[in-house]
Structure formats: structure tokens, C-alpha cells
Ligand binder design. Structure first.
Ligand SMILES: Nc1ncnc2c1ncn2[C@@H]1O[C@H](COP(=O)(O)OP(=O)(O)OP(=O)(O)O)[C@@H](O)[C@H]1O
Ligand SMILES: [Mg+2]
Length: 324
């Protein structure tokens, strides 16, 4: 059995403007020590998917409408806040996109990095402080004995992200959820942080859920990739296969629009239009209006295409206009 198995997750937001179907039937699984990627444009439901499993969706307006997220035999969606608090931050660690919003500016780094140990392991202050120093050393922060007592604003963006990684991994979690962990960083620092996550993952045997809108990053770190569009997975495959043989028009459009893969002199492709407004019901293929690489005229109009397995481990939404 997989370490984590998400089945048919549905998370909606009930707002005055309508029901936002942010995540509308997402399934994926994660094996021990592996990395699964979730990629897709802004608003496709990547973060909501992960925050739903962690009980971090504001309710209301959010509501989990259905599905399950089995982690080592426990359904995270129905186990209750108390059980979830035992798991979150201890057995499942998290890194968020913007460290300034997840690190408290008024608390010393030592207090924050050590907090999971104090909270979940009942460690005393002195031991937790020593462990925080070690954790900062492990993520490559120079002079951790001094730095550990500084405040977040005294760190650069890259160093703050290292602090976040130290904090997320200090309890040696089985899963690390990394939501756009390098998006705010410049390319060189981005590479260092990715390498660091990979190295720590190998050392600790952690499984990682890696969220990004950047396919180039996905190719660096993921074993398997889920491509999300309008709250659903449109394609899933092993990373290498997805890059070599993308079958959904949306995946092909995304690949065509990354600078690293386009030929010199050729104009960079941009997907026309915008993702659909998920506060209105979608009756057919959600990608039809933007489908240039497939045959939009053949896209389903009356039902949402089901995800089907077209080759071992390779799943694609079965829309005649999108599937190639
Ligand atoms: N609290 C909320 N109330 C209403 N709608 C919300 C709320 N949080 C998220 N949504 C909506 O849910 C949808 C999915 O959002 P989500 O944050 O998961 O996107 P994402 O794929 O992570 O995008 P990004 O790449 O920008 O982070 C969006 O349409 C978003 O507007
Ligand atoms: Mg997000």
C-alpha cells in the first residue's frame, strides 16, 4: 500500500459569487521516499489539494465535499483536528512559497525551528535549541551557533528558505509538502535549494509532494508528475515519460511554453486565453477553449472527460480533442 493515497478529493469554496470548485475529484498516490509533482497554472488547485489533506483550508468558506486521503492507514480528511495535529508538522512537514508569511518576524529563528520538537517530541528548551543549531548546519547555514538566535529579517531570501526546510524536516517527517519552495528565489539560489531538498530527502528517506507551476523544476526533482487543470488531474505519468511522450493537449502546451525546451530562434509558445472560472460549472472538456495543439472541435462538450490509463502508469483525460 502507498504511504499516501488521495482518492477523489473534492474541495469547494462557498462564496457569495458562487461555488468555487477548486479541487474537483483529484486522486494520486505517493510511495515512501519518492517525489510526486503537482504542476499547473495559477488557480488550478495545486495548493488547495495539499492544504485540504493537512486541514489547512479555511472553513467556511471552504468545505471538503468528498474523497479520502489515507496516510499510513489514517484518513486525514476525517480523522479530526486532534489526530491531524499529531501528524501535521511531525510526520508530514511543510514548506510554503513565501517564508516571510510562514516565519514569525517577531520570534528568533531558534524558537521557530525548535518548535516542532518542543510541541511534538516534548523536548526541553536546551536540547531543542541544540537540535535547531544542528538542523541549520544540515541545511548549509554558515555559523549556525550565532545565526540561530537571529530574527528572520536578518536572513536573505535563500537563507530563509533554508530555515524553512530545516524547520520542516527537524522531526524527520515521512512526507514533505513543498509548495512552490523556490518560486520567489533567483535561478542560482533556486538550484541550490532544489539540490538541498533532494539531498536531505535522500538522507532521511522522506517522500515529497512538490508543487510548482514550473515544469523545468519538475523535471529536476520528480519521479511522477500530476498535471492539474481546473481542479482536476488531466495527465499523470513518470516524469521522464511525461516529458518524452505528453499525450494531453494541455501538457503539450505547457511543455511548449518552457524556455528550456524551445528551439533557438523559435518564438516561445504561450497558451492562449485564461484558465476557466471554476466558480461556474464546467460541463465538458475544461481545456477546449484554449486547445490549439489538439482538435478543439472534437473536445467533449457534455461531460467531463474521465482519467484513463493509456499505458502502464500513464493516465490521461480521455477527451477526443485533447488526447493524442
Ligand atoms: N479561501 C478561498 N476562498 C475562495 N476561493 C479560494 C480560496 N482559496 C483558494 N480559492 C480558489 O481555489 C482555486 C484553486 O486555488 P489554489 O490556491 O489551489 O491554486 P494553485 O494551483 O495553488 O495556484 P498558484 O499557482 O497561484 O498557487 C482558485 O480558483 C482560488 O481562487
Ligand atoms: Mg498555490
Amino acid at each position: 500500500m502507498s504511504l499516501l493515497e488521495v482518492t477523489d478529493l473534492k474541495t469547494y469554496f462557498h462564496t457569495r459569487a458562487g461555488v468555487v470548485r477548486a479541487v474537483d475529484g483529484v486522486s494520486f498516490s505517493l510511495e515512501r521516499g519518492k517525489t510526486v509533482g503537482i504542476v499547473g497554472e495559477s488557480g488550478s488547485g495545486k495548493s488547495v489539494t495539499c492544504y485540504s489533506m493537512l486541514g489547512l483550508i479555511p472553513m467556511p468558506p471552504g468545505r471538503i465535499e468528498g474523497g479520502a486521503a489515507r496516510f499510513d492507514g489514517v484518513d486525514l480528511l476525517s480523522c479530526g483536528e486532534r489526530a491531524l495535529r499529531e501528524i501535521r508538522g511531525k510526520r508530514i512537514g511543510m514548506i510554503f512559497q513565501d517564508p516571510m508569511t510562514s516565519l514569525n518576524p517577531y520570534l528568533r529563528v531558534s524558537t521557530q525551528v525548535a518548535e516542532p520538537l518542543r510541541l511534538h517530541m516534548g523536548m526541553d528548551k536546551r536540547r531543542a535549541h541544540a537540535a535547531a543549531v544542528e538542523a541549520l548546519r544540515e541545511v548549509g547555514i554558515p555559523d549556525p551557533e550565532t545565526r540561530v538566535d537571529m530574527y528572520p529579517h536578518e536572513f536573505s531570501g535563500g537563507m530563509r528558505q533554508r530555515v524553512m526546510i530545516a524547520m520542516a524536516l527537524i522531526t524527520k517527517p515521512e512526507i514533505l509538502v513543498a509548495d512552490e519552495p523556490t518560486t520567489a528565489l533567483d535561478v542560482t539560489v533556486q538550484k541550490q535549494i532544489l539540490d538541498l531538498i533532494k539531498a536531505r530527502q535522500r538522507e532521511l528517506g522522506t517522500a515529497v509532494i512538490f508543487i510548482t507551476h514550473d515544469l523545468a523544476v519538475i523535471s529536476e526533482v520528480c519521479d511522477e508528475v500530476n498535471v492539474m487543470y481546473a481542479g482536476r488531474v488531466v495527465e499523470r505519468a513518470a516524469a521522464a515519460e511525461l516529458f518524452e511522450d505528453p499525450r494531453h493537449a494541455y501538457t503539450r502546451s505547457l511543455l511548449k511554453s518552457i524556455p528550456a525546451t524551445h528551439a533557438k530562434g523559435e518564438e516561445l509558445y504561450t497558451i492562449p486565453g485564461l484558465p476557466p472560472d471554476v466558480s461556474r460549472p464546467i460541463s465538458g472538456c475544461a481545456f477546449a477553449p484554449r486547445n490549439q495543439l489538439g482538435e478543439s472541435g472534437r473536445c467533449l462538450t457534455d461531460s467531463r472527460p474521465p482519467l484513463t490509463e493509456i499505458a502502464a502508469g500513464h493516465w490521461v483525460q480521455d477527451c477526443p480533442g485533447c488526447l493524442s
